[in-house]
Design a protein around this ligand. Structure first.
Ligand SMILES: [Zn+2]
Length: 87
């Protein structure tokens, strides 16, 4: 239930930042839409608009193929600060 609070604000972060193009190498932008286990966050939680969510899914999948973002996180590899190594 605490997770619900975290994503309470219902606006698109990418619209606010005026993101028109996303680079799969730019992990900083992907960060908003990845869970701590590198899953793509659903739109109902992040509040992203359709346009940016579509962009995000494409870019994240591309980043996974380029091994910038892991596909899966096992119990062993899960870390408390998952995005530190993405910088
Ligand atoms: Zn948007």
């Amino acid at each position: 239930m605490s997770e619900k609070r975290k994503y309470k604000k219902r606006f698109c972060k990418y619209c606010e930042a005026k993101v028109d193009f996303m680079d799969y190498k730019d992990a900083g932008t992907l960060r908003f839409s990845l869970s701590e286990r590198y899953k793509i966050m659903p739109r109902r939680l992040t509040g992203n608009c359709k346009r940016h969510q579509d962009m995000i899914t494409i870019v994240i999948k591309r980043a996974r193929a380029a091994a910038l973002v892991p596909y899966t996180v096992t119990r062993k590899t899960v870390v408390s600060a998952p995005f530190e190594n993405l910088r």
